[in-house]
Design a binder for this molecule. Sequence first.
Ligand code: ADP
Ligand code: MG
Length: 305
Amino acid sequence: MAEFSIIETYFNRQKHTSVDLGVGDDSAVLTPPPQQQLVICTDTLIAGRHFPLDTPPHAIGWKSVAVNLSDIAAMGAKPQSILLALSLPQIDHDWLKDFSQGLYDCCDQFGVSLIGGDTTQSPHLTISVTALGWVDMGQAVKRSGAQVGDYVCVSGQVGDAAFGLQHPNHTLKHRLDYPTPRCQLGQQLKGLASAMIDVSDGLAQDLGHILKASQVGARLQLEQLPINVSLQHLTQVQQWQYALAGGDDYELCFTISPQNYQQLLQQQLDVKITVIGTITTSTGLTFEKDGKDHPLQFQGYQHFA
Ligand code: ADP
Ligand code: MG
């Protein structure tokens, strides 16, 4: 019975009118908008692995939704709803209240409804969210479309969350706990970007997925990397390491033709975008600084994994 009262108390708030049937029946029911394709993804957060054990429950709720909306955004799709599979070691009402508030705060900010889920007991706190969204038929932005000559762009700033992880008293910890999924930008890039990915494992690694899927390479201008001013006291190599290898930023990395980039700039954007390089024929990732080759020796791209 405890399970049903948890669902009723914390996870059965009002849904949007676009949901035909939400929490409370055996399944949820949605009507697909005409000429749209369903875009769907899932991401699991395990306490101690995907977030520090002392992360406030409100932030855990926010982040478990945000990381999934980021994946929907990276396809150029509009998020609509989420399902929540929650495994709890015990029933802690203070925790559940704050967690559900964080989850609904993120849902509300992006117009998303919680339409169902599953609640179980297990020794480890595990949160699995599935997100659903819609995109115009055939318009999903994949990883495989990058073309030689396209610009490589990234939204916002990269490296913030990794810096926040290592400096928990710094204001950048907020970027780790409360990532902002770039939902509006993702939809604006539909029809303009040739390839897109969200940056969850570090820019170099995630851009690498685009390069591999598209069978191209990229040349990045190190001095163009958008890095927070709070990192300016570090050496350049340390800054680049945060920017290129730090995870958890949930920015969008995309490739776009120079013509489409001009079109994008004519729209009102809710986040800064930066051109950081270009797509090349030779495969792999190369770096330049002041117009010259600048090979980078990292401790390894897995450093912050
Ligand atoms: P069933 O036994 O038919 O699978 P459940 O008893 O697991 O149904 O769930 C009852 C209802 O509550 C369903 O609509 C389900 O989607 C919803 N639900 C269960 N857990 C959650 C949760 N953590 N968040 C949102 N909805 C949930
Ligand atoms: Mg059932």
